[in-house]
Write a protein that binds this ligand. Structure first.
Ligand code: 13P
Length: 287
């Protein structure tokens, strides 16, 4: 069932668990994530970056594929189709294309411009029954061309954006897209606690979910994180399984070259990591 992410994340705050956002890149990715959510009775958020949207030929294609897949696979758990790190124009494209949720990433704008654009998009998305995520304090690292310096969000700026009526908020607390470097200092729970104090029960979003140790995930959830984004880890699982298949020469045996066979180990590997994350985040059985 395609829904906005508002109710599933408010429920997660109350229940002290988090819902995973898993980024999609193609049909195999989407199918694996939807099936895993259904098998585990978990709500799920499908994240689409602007780069991945372009790769899949545009947001209209993505939206049509996801709606049709939900129908054809008989997916009854709540599924949100969410734009990840959207630009202002990208948000409008996804609103038109039938997404159920958007993220407007105005973190690189001066705060007043972030406020003005977020405010406008809150009005428009809510009129369409969609949920909206905003960002304060950039997430470090690089994802699909979106580069962030990795600043810690200012709690007062978080409060300013929260008061605009966004449904959930991404606040930079030392998290980074991609693999964490050896010398990573960890998440700044002091900053997270201050933000939580000011924004109350507004669901908070933790980007850069790849490679964050389990104990930090638990602490983050206890401090109001209700949505955790994972992208790189699915890519690494897919790559490793595909490499193994080819290195074992399976593509050379019989009809092992058939793309449905070639991509099958990677698709299965995605199911494994998505289930692991759902267990860690506590969303299993919460649909
Ligand atoms: P990772 O690629 O580090 O898992 O981050 C995903 C993310 O935050 C998507 O916005």
């Amino acid at each position: 069932m395609l829904v906005s992410a508002t109710k599933m994340l408010n429920d997660a705050v109350k229940g002290k668990y988090a819902v995973g956002q898993f980024n999609i890149n193609n049909l195999e990715w989407t199918k694996s994530i939807l099936q895993t959510a259904q098998e585990n009775n978990s709500p799920v958020i499908l994240g689409v970056s602007e780069g991945a949207g372009k790769y899949m030929t545009g947001f209209k294609t993505v939206s049509a594929m996801v709606s049709a897949m939900i129908d054809e696979l008989g997916i009854t758990v709540p599924v949100a189709l969410h734009l990840d790190h959207g630009t202002y124009d990208g948000c409008y494209k996804c609103i038109k294309a039938g997404f159920s949720s958007i993220m407007f990433d105005g973190s690189h704008f001066p705060i007043e411009e972030n406020v003005a654009k977020t405010k406008e998009l809150v009005t428009v998305s809510h009129a369409m029954g969609m949920s909206i995520e905003a960002e304060v304090g950039s997430i470090g690292g690089e994802e699909d061309g979106v580069v962030g310096a990795g600043e810690i969000a200012d709690p007062l700026e978080c409060k300013k954006i929260a008061d605009l009526g966004v449904d959930f908020l991404a606040a930079g607390i030392g998290n980074i897209h991609g693999k964490y470097p050896e010398n990573w200092k960890g998440l700044d729970f002091g900053a997270l606690a201050k933000i939580k104090e000011l924004v109350g029960d507004l669901p908070l979003v933790l980007h850069g979910g790849t490679g964050i140790p389990a104990d930090m995930i638990q602490t983050a959830i206890s401090l109001g994180v209700a949505k955790i984004n994972v992208n790189t880890e699915c890519q690494l699982y897919f790559q490793e399984a595909t490499r193994k298949y080819i290195e074992e020469g399976k593509d050379l045996e019989g009809k092992g070259f058939d793309p449905r066979k070639l991509l099958a180990p990677g698709a299965e590997a995605i199911k494994t990591i998505v289930k692991e994350k759902m267990e860690l985040f506590g969303s299993i059985g919460k649909a």
